[in-house]
Design a protein around this ligand. Structure first.
Ligand code: ADP
Ligand code: MG
Length: 564
């Protein structure tokens, strides 16, 4: 065999390792969750690849994860008979961070241990969490399908380098050995390991096995036998009935599927029967991932077909405006060899997408109604994405519109807390429109001279300052029968709100300034379409408005900036 080679970690890995060891110490047993999660993913991948290539199973199709420890050597070993790693895969996957959002993550670090620990958790600690408890990690792995002498041994002390060597391994799959740090001996205990595994990994659908222990009367202690026993339920969590799953199990399962560290904000678990049959377990995260706005970000949910894992990030199963949702969909109808291309076309997939959107909207409605603080937190993270739904999902536009929250002239400091229903309930006698102003910032919106008359009349105006707002407005034209109307457009039509006194005064003023208006009209003939006397201003002498059917100046500026 070739001699071992020493390679350096990517700079970001070094930084992540350092941060993790120092800030995740109080939560150190999560390494077990991460390693079990990886072993489970590896078995899922093998099962999927073996659909087309059964030879990969090498006669051993009982996939499982085993955990053992050695008190004398002070090691813990996790082994799986999943897909395994080739040498190149080991170098790439255990030496770099190849994930979108990495740059964003590093740019947000503050140096404050607690805040950074949160960020790391949100970013996902994964395999590298081994180094929280271990000062040396050895991975021996053989990819399914490769000959026994083409296994790889990867080893590192988590400082700056790792070594890889070609070795022999009779059975396929991966074995991770942790050489524990000096003060981590309490993990060398069957009871302790079992209790952590039960807590963190009970939802895993494969058997997680440990050596059975017997009481040895002579030694008067528990001794391990050569027999393996499962320590988890080993059936897929989403296939259980709701009453058999605890909230804690739902939360742990979320962490497994989402690679998130925090608890989810909410979830919905349903079995759908009828024309198309599937089970969905969908979660709304608390926080947006680092890569939410990246083009190549992971999105979508895991797809299973009859409990067999098919693919991660099946974005076709959810509309794009719900791309923050994580979870699992298990279809009873799709073929096992379904591809992304087929997903695009499939009628079953369309039924799933529509069904899932409805469930998530119900979940959000429930949150908005019953857990308002949580809904406000959701809105702050994902509101801009949800707004895309007003155009993307016309069938659900009304439901989405009810979920929208805006800043308005009656909220403090631009907080987006006003629903369209709130607005409508506060409309003045005679007001038949929902008024809004668009601008780049709340400060610019509130300073708009167009607002003067609205302030004077005590009419509320929505302040729309998100990039997606103009796009939303081109789709969302009305709410509850009331048109959405820009305060910057001409023909404001505030007459219905003016009293007789005002109407009379306007006629007088218009008469009085007729000559001035005519002169201005001539002077500005090539610059404006029309000059007119208005009621809309209170303090400013004049303002520019756009025609009823023309693009707003804010939108024009955005288009210009985008080079159009
Ligand atoms: P993630 O699980 O989010 O991809 P990890 O840091 O946990 O990130 O793992 C990194 C990569 O290492 C995995 O994506 C996988 O390719 C590989 N890997 C880790 N553990 C195993 C394993 N037990 N078997 C096969 N591949 C593994
Ligand atoms: Mg992982």
């Amino acid at each position: 065999a070739a001699p071992a080679e020493t390679l350096g970690f990517q700079a970001e890995v070094k930084q992540l390792l350092h941060l993790m060891i120092h800030s995740l110490y109080s939560n150190k047993e999560i390494f077990l969750r991460e390693l079990v999660s990886n072993a489970s993913d590896a078995c899922d991948k093998l099962r999927f690849e073996s659909i087309d290539n059964p030879a990969l199973l090498e006669g051993d199709s009982e996939l499982r994860i085993r955990i053992d420890f050695d008190k004398d050597a002070r090691t813990i070993t996790l082994s799986d008979n999943g897909i395994g790693l080739s040498r190149d895969e080991a170098v790439a996957n255990l030496g770099t961070i190849a994930r979108s959002g990495t740059k964003e993550f590093f740019s947000r670090l503050t140096g404050d241990k607690q805040k950074d620990a949160q960020l790391i958790g949100q970013f996902g600690v994964g395999f590298y969490s081994s180094f929280i408890v271990a000062d040396k990690v050895t991975v021996v792995s053989r990819r399914a399908g490769l000959p026994a002498d083409q296994a790889v041994r990867w080893e590192s002390d988590g400082q700056g380098e790792f070594s890889v060597a070609q070795v022999e391994k009779a059975d396929r799959g991966t074995e991770v050995t942790l050489h524990l740090r000096a003060d981590e001996d309490d993990f060398l205990d069957g009871w302790r390991l079992r209790s952590v595994l039960r807590r963190y990994s009970d939802h895993i659908s494969l058997p997680i096995q440990m050596r059975k222990e017997d009481y040895d009367a002579e030694k008067s202690e528990q001794v391990r036998t050569d027999e393996w026993e499962s320590v988890n339920q080993a059936n897929a969590l989403w296939t259980r009935s709701k009453s058999d799953v605890t909230d804690e199990q739902y939360r742990e399962f979320y962490k497994h599927v989402s690679h998130d560290f925090q608890d989810p904000a909410a979830w919905t678990h349903n079995r759908v029967e009828g024309r198309s049959e599937y089970t969905q377990l969908l979660y709304i995260p608390k926080q947006a991932p680092f890569d939410m706005w990246d083009r190549d970000a992971r999105r979508g949910v895991k797809l299973y077909v009859k409990r067999v894992f098919i693919m991660d990030d099946a974005e076709q199963l959810l509309p794009s405006y719900l791309r923050f949702v994580r979870g699992v969909i298990d279809s009873a109808d799709l073929p096992l060899n379904v591809s992304r291309e087929i997903l695009q076309e499939s009628r079953d997939v369309r039924a799933i997408r529509e069904g899932s959107a409805k469930r998530i909207l119900s979940l959000l409605e429930d949150l908005a109604e019953n857990r308002q603080d949580d809904y406000a937190a959701f809105w702050a993270e994902f509101g801009q994405v949800l707004k895309e739904g007003t155009g993307e999902d016309p069938a659900n536009q009304e439901r989405i519109a009810k979920l929208l929250r805006f800043a308005s002239t009656s909220t403090e400091g631009g907080a987006q807390t006003v629903s369209l229903a709130d607005y409508v309930s506060r409309m003045k006698e005679g007001q038949d429109k929902i008024y809004y102003v668009t601008a780049d910032s709340v400060a610019a919106a509130s300073a708009s001279p167009h607002l003067e008359i609205f302030r004077k009349k005590g009419l509320e105006v929505l302040l729309l300052t998100d990039r997606v707002d103009e796009w939303m407005l081109s789709h969302l034209r009305e709410f509850d029968g009331k048109p959405l109307s820009s305060v910057a457009k001409g023909g404001l039509d505030l007459e219905s709100l003016a009293d007789d006194e005002e109407k009379k005064r306007q006629t007088e003023v218009a008469e009085q300034f007729k000559p001035l208006v005519e002169r201005l009209q001539t002077a500005l003939a090539d610059k404006v379409k029309e000059v007119r006397v208005t009621l809309r201003l209170v303090d400013s002498p004049a303002c520019v408005v756009v025609g009823e059917h023309e693009l707003s100046p804010h939108l024009l500026r955005m288009l210009k900036n985008a080079g159009q």
